[in-house]
Design a protein around this ligand. Sequence first.
Ligand code: T1G
Length: 698
Amino acid sequence: MSENSAAEYEQFGPIAVITMNNPPVNGLGLALRSAIVALVDRALADPQVSAIVLTGGEKIFSAGADIREFGEQKQASAPTLHDVIEVVEACSKPVVAAIAGACLGGGLELAMGCHFRVARSDASLGLPEVKLGLLPGAGGTQRAPRLLGVERALNLIVSGEPERAKNFAGTALLDEVVDGSVLDAAVAFARSVVDGKLAPKRARDIKIDDPHAEPLLQFARTTVAAASRQFPAPLQCVEAVGHAVSKRFDEGLRLEREIFMGLMATPESKALRHIFAAERAVSKLPDVPADTPLRDIRRVGVIGAGTMGGGITMTFADAGIPVVLLETKQEALDRGIENIRRNYAASMKKGKLTQAQYDQRLALIEPTLDYAALADVDLVIEAVFEEMSVKREVFGRLDAIAKPGAILASNTSMLDLNEIASYTKRPQDVIGLHFFSPANVMRLLEIVRGAKTAPDVLATCMNLARRIRKTAVVAGVCEGFIGNRMIERYGAASNLLMAQGASPQQVDGALQRFGLAMGPFRMNDLAGLDIASAARKRKAASDPSSQGRVVADVLCEMGRLGQKTGSGWYRYEAGKRDAIQDPVVDTIIEQFRRENGITVRKISDQEVIERCIYALVNEGARILEDGIAARASDIDVVYLSGYGFPRHRGGPMLYADTVGLPNVVRALRRFAAEPGAEAWWEPAPLLVKLAEAGRSFN
Ligand code: T1G
């Protein structure tokens, strides 16, 4: 066998086997592309070789183009993926793809360029480019319709969802679907091609003759356009498939390439590629080696059966992890269990859960009033009242009861984790696991590392987050960690805009058009105005310089706490969630402006966006300066998975990069220069430094 760094060559009689070898996923980077071409040429030049098998081995074929090359010269350097596929397809000797594991994007396009394809039944075949804001740019939109028919090709390309190889059995996409070694099967298949003197079959030669093609495409255009307003790629996918139907192959290929290059340059694709990389970077902790040994988490304890404790309990039960749920009073415990039961019953009613899954989850939950029941759990998460005296009592008891090596976690959203850790003799085992309500639904989990949290505790919780299907971001200890610390500035900015002349519905409307799932005032009504009001009062008691009485306090005093009381910033019809403008609130706002001598001014939607989003970005820069977040893209992940930030903008920090940091700095300086402006409008030093150096956050 001859070793080439990115691919290997081996001969079995008249069959040459080329095995791609570019860990971790055989990304089709320049080195691998060059190796494949060189080894196909070697097989062509060898008269002993009658056929070629191209494979990635028994674990993975290829995850497609090497995303790390995107935007770099390498991506366009010859041999491009197009060149490689052309070499394979034009090869005079039959080329058989042997597919196991992931065969995605450019990987499947390469396989479709081969003359025959043999796949293991459980292999995963897909064209996920649309999830990166792209389309299959190496012939996928032209070959897939020829091999699968227009309808199946459209579904595969527009959904971006992979399917098991067995689903393609009997189509021209796969010549054989096997169990066991796909390499043995492919070599045997190649021999049969040689013995049978079968000519190489080329997808490009298949004519599409589907009378339903046009109506299908028309239907796809309408449905896709409606479903993907903020993303150009899905509709372009349909157009490219349309070219496969109406144009000659090479013309269709050219048009596909044109569309692909256009999509590569869109901000939406840059945002989605950024998110792809960001969601993988979060688990990399500079000072925690990837091979840090993990503690075994087999059984978990949750203290507190309220909304958060119940949601956290469900999160572990959903992941099949046994949970001991502790409360201090029987009726609180019963209420907590009843809420969990009701939530699962509702999921069952919606068909999201079977009766068996319902029973299995409830069987995993052990309610108790006795701390001793936590003696042998591997991790305890407290979700008790947000009061330091209560945390102190709980952690003192945990320290005495929990077994050595158990991880003690607090779900606190605002309190100082280092102080909490100091109430135990094992601060190295203490960590923050900040879930977002409802905990069994929200993907975001902020993992708060204390000054003394041990690296293996951190690594264990990062790994656990994957098991409970959470997107975990590590935060340092500060008030509000990452998400809530930034949302506080965003809320203050929206309140300032409202006080100075923008109505709550103007602020919400502008931000919702920007792409936020919900504007700040509607979000306040959903969360409840009393929570923030109580936090403000607590802060004012200890820090007289903090923000004074605001309109929300007036609304609270009137009992307008938000959706839960039928009115807050908006009015709500019984049982409905539609936010209806309420003239009572307009009067209160006008009165507040008069009492505070505020001159009302006309405010543009652009200013609403700039003030609210740049307030987030500026605080994000400070969070980076303070070392609370390891990287800017972590902050983006927090906002995308926990605060409904629009994915087509990639997160607040990427959005700032897209706007251009000098423009962000200029706007912040304008806001800071206004009479009476809060000091935090001053652009953060890091932001200024990057802007002046012509650099970006990411
Ligand atoms: N290129 C480079 N690296 C990749 C990669 C890729 N395509 N896919 C994954 N990785 C890295 C990833 O960053 C991580 O790195 C490691 O592999 C494990 O990934 C012309 C242009 C294959 C199903 O969109 O869906 O082809 O963190 O954590 O959960 O038409 O990765 O270890 O340093 O996700 O087991 C189209 C994307 C490309 C497939 C494996 N292909 N990848 O999932 O591991 S565009 C995709 C995935 C294209 C052509 C176009 C998944 C996976 P690190 P992971 P996983």
